[in-house]
Design a protein around this ligand. Structure first.
Ligand code: GTP
Length: 414
């Protein structure tokens, strides 16, 4: 494939090449090659995975050079840390997995760079393992969302235990967008899943965000990869169903499951219609005792409502089920449905296509987030923001004009 056809087939490649070229000619150290896209290495890393499947040579141009530069940029101590975490991780040592996730969550730029080297190694390992697995993904990624009190943690405790008893290794990543503002983690608190957190085949980890949705995407996506590298074959990503984080989670998993309590319309008001459309499976929780009747009613309502939704898959229609984590009823059936989904998606090829699309979404999310950071901190813009924001707030200046002024300042000064 020549360069022209590459550019036509993968227009983003051109953009990345530009950045790559510019960066190689900058005065930055290899470790900080990409001043305005600190996560470029991961962008490059993941995009090359889907972008250039047919050409190792072309892949090398962008990706290998970057990785080599990055690796060479590590001092001995940093290299030893990467080697220690990598070998511990793939041997399944939980302490190494925990330390590796802490590293990817770091906001320090040097640590972020070291983390990318580690992620790169883990990804290479993934590729090898997937090849050995005849191209089948190493793990089943499931997103779980629902309003506060829906019964998510009780379900995960019961469901996770059932899976570990069946020989699976389960990792629970709890995405909590509130953790960065409240200072504490609402989800992922181990006391919420006491038994599962003691299970040696389960790993529970809150995934604190960096205060942005991009933060959710980045750290959680990378944590998923690390957990898979650590041998966890079922990754449950839990998020509280209020806000935007569930959309981010739906974009990084193979299957998205919505847990809804058998409650009236008022209690479910916080649930956005959009998120119901994302669900591959809706589970009505707490279907036991007095709640069986309302659970049946809600189930019937959702069955009718979901018939009206646009079909997202050729092989799967979203299902609505009932279950009780208290009695355990319906939990095994849910897993059967989930594996049915996984098998159908895998054999039809939709799963692989979905994952590839997710990689692309992820890449652009990262670019957007980093570009915005760069914009906000740009010398020509930084000082103007408070004043222009104030003028927009007081109605003196139209938002469009304020945006134009800032963008002009940004573009005019290198
Ligand atoms: N009857 C019944 N109660 C349940 C069941 N599952 C959870 N509950 C109760 O529902 C309440 C909320 O359960 P959690 O599992 O903490 O719900 P959550 O969705 O994790 O809640 P947040 O942590 O606030 O997001 C608790 O009082 C549980 O005991 C169930 O299957 N049956």
């Amino acid at each position: 494939m020549n360069t022209l056809s590459l550019l036509l087939r993968f227009p983003h490649y051109r953009f990345l090449r530009k950045i790559s070229f510019k960066s190689f000619h900058s005065n930055f150290t290899p470790g900080s090659l990409f001043p305005y896209i600190p996560s470029f290495n991961s962008v490059c890393l993941y995009c090359t995975k889907w972008m250039l499947p047919a050409s190792d040579l072309k892949r090398g141009m962008c990706y290998q050079a970057t990785v080599d530069q990055q690796t060479q940029g590590l001092c001995d101590k940093e290299q030893r840390l990467v080697d220690k975490l990598y070998s511990g991780l793939i041997k399944g040592h939980r302490a190494c997995l925990a330390e590796a996730i802490t590293l990817i969550e770091s906001t320090q730029s040097r640590k972020k760079e070291i983390a990318q080297v580690l992620i790169q190694k883990v990804l290479s390992y993934h590729r090898e393992q997937e090849k050995l697995n005849k191209g089948k993904p190493l793990a089943f990624r499931v997103g779980l969302s629902g309003p506060p009190g829906a019964g998510k943690s009780t379900f995960i405790e019961c469901f996770g235990k059932m899976l570990t008893e069946r020989g699976h290794k389960v990792s629970v990543l709890a995405v909590d967008p509130s953790s960065s503002t409240s200072g504490g983690s609402l989800l992922g608190d181990k006391t919420r899943m006491t038994e599962l957190s003691r299970d040696m085949n389960a790993y529970i980890r809150p995934s604190p965000t960096r205060g942005t949705l991009g933060g959710v995407t980045r750290t959680t996506n990378e944590a998923i990869l690390l957990c898979e590298g650590g041998g966890y074959d079922i990754i449950l990503v839990e998020t509280v169903g209020v806000g935007q984080s569930e959309f981010a989670v739906a974009d990084m998993v193979d299957m998205f499951v919505l847990l809804l309590p058998p409650a009236g319309g008022d209690e479910l008001q916080g649930i956005k219609r959009g998120i119901i459309e994302m669900a591959d499976l809706v589970a009505i929780t707490k279907a036991d005792g007095d709640l069986v009747v309302p659970a049946r009613r809600i189930q019937a309502e959702y069955v009718s409502a979901m018939k009206l939704l646009r079909k997202r898959s050729k092989v799967w229609r979203p299902k609505v089920m009932r279950m009780s984590a208290k009695t355990g009823e319906g939990i095994s059936d849910m897993w059967d449905k989930m594996t049915e989904f996984h098998d159908l998606m895998l054999t039809s090829g939709e799963l692989i296509t979905k994952r590839r699309k997710q990689q692309k979404v992820w890449m652009w999310n990262l670019i957007q987030e980093n570009m915005l950071d760069h914009f906000r901190s740009h010398l020509a813009v930084r000082d103007k923001i408070p004043l222009l924001e104030e003028k927009v707030l007081s109605g003196v200046l139209a938002p469009g004009l304020a945006a134009d002024l800032l963008l002009k300042a940004f573009k005019d000064r290198p």
